[in-house]
Write a new protein. Structure first.
Length: 315
């Protein structure tokens, strides 16, 4: 059965019955709008869009994979502000001939990823479109804390990362070359593993700035450097290089540090902390904030590659 045969309201009914409420859901799908508890009285909001053929390929990923990715891209932004994710709303624009089973499995992925962050899908919209497009808006709660922005890094701060780096980019390269292994890399492209709890944890530890690594570590730390008016220097030797990534890079003729430093879509969290901060094991110290007239991100004191590392939709 296609979504056209099910009809708009039939499709909505099939999707919403697969989406359980979350702890902050007061009124979920089925009304003109949802109702979400906001204990902090401030709402953290982020939005993102995934386009078929641009952000995902249906021959590479299942619908459930795409649901996980779509949710993770937004929920990671909430965590990067030091907030706790509470809810998602999703707009689905779909060709009429899309199998309804695909839409249902997409809903399963969205719901499962939201639940893993302590949130829920509470509503959305559906429209016909020649291009399959998924737009997600995420909400979060600060629990009384100040948000951790990009503009607070200060000279002397430690730079640390929580979560995986380079895995999704390596998986993308592997898939582009027509391979399906190593599985750990391919699966990382299909479904990120986001350290959601590390965001609020970093806020409690006194993080001065934080960002979701969606476009590559160098590019995203560049946003912190620009917003804070500082320079950041990373130490190449601090980045662990997993054996399967090293082997894949050797087989494909790629510098694996290009994946680690410039690859996006893992949705790790990068943050700066005052010098001397004792960080839990999940946080890996990879560099330091420097006082410099040049606002830049360097690796061992030098630009890495051509200096343009990171994803740019229009490049």
């Amino acid at each position: 059965m296609t979504v056209a045969k099910a009809g708009e309201f039939g499709l909505i009914a099939r999707i919403t019955r697969r989406l359980p409420p979350g702890p902050s859901t007061l009124l979920g799908p089925g009304d003109d709008a949802a109702l979400v508890a906001v204990p902090d009285r401030r709402v953290v909001v982020s939005t993102d869009v995934l386009v078929d053929g641009r952000h995902f390929r249906r021959d590479w990923s299942t619908a459930e994979d795409v649901g996980h990715r779509a949710a993770a891209a937004n929920l990671a932004d909430i965590a990067a502000m030091g907030a706790v994710p509470t809810a998602l709303v999703v707009a689905l624009c779909t060709p009429p001939d899309l199998p309804i089973a695909w839409a249902e499995e997409l809903a399963d992925g969205l719901g499962a990823e939201a639940a893993s962050a302590g949130a829920a899908v509470v509503g959305g919209d559906i429209s016909a479109s020649p291009t399959l497009t998924i737009a997600v808006t995420a909400l979060g709660d600060l629990d009384g804390r100040a948000p951790v922005t990009r503009s607070g890094a200060r000279p002397g701060d430690l730079v640390a990362v929580a979560g995986r780096l380079g895995h999704a980019a390596a998986g993308y390269t592997v898939l582009c070359r027509g391979f399906r292994t190593p599985k750990i890399l391919v699966d990382a492209h299909r479904r990120p593993e986001v350290p959601y709890r590390a965001g609020p944890e970093a806020a409690l530890l006194g993080a001065t700035a934080m960002i979701d690594v969606s476009d590559g570590l160098l590019a995203d730390l560049g946003h912190i450097a620009t917003a804070s008016g500082v320079a950041i220097d990373l130490r190449r030797e601090t980045f662990p290089l997993p054996g399967q990534m090293r082997d894949a890079a050797a087989a494909l003729g790629v510098d694996p540090y290009t994946w680690l430093l410039s690859g996006g879509d893992d949705h790790a969290l990068a943050a700066t902390f005052p010098a001397g901060t004792e960080l839990p094991d999940r946080w890996l110290v990879v560099g330091q904030v420097r006082d410099s007239a040049a606002v830049e991100v360097t690796v061992d004191g030098r630009a890495f590659g051509d200096g343009s590392g990171g994803w740019d939709h229009f490049r």
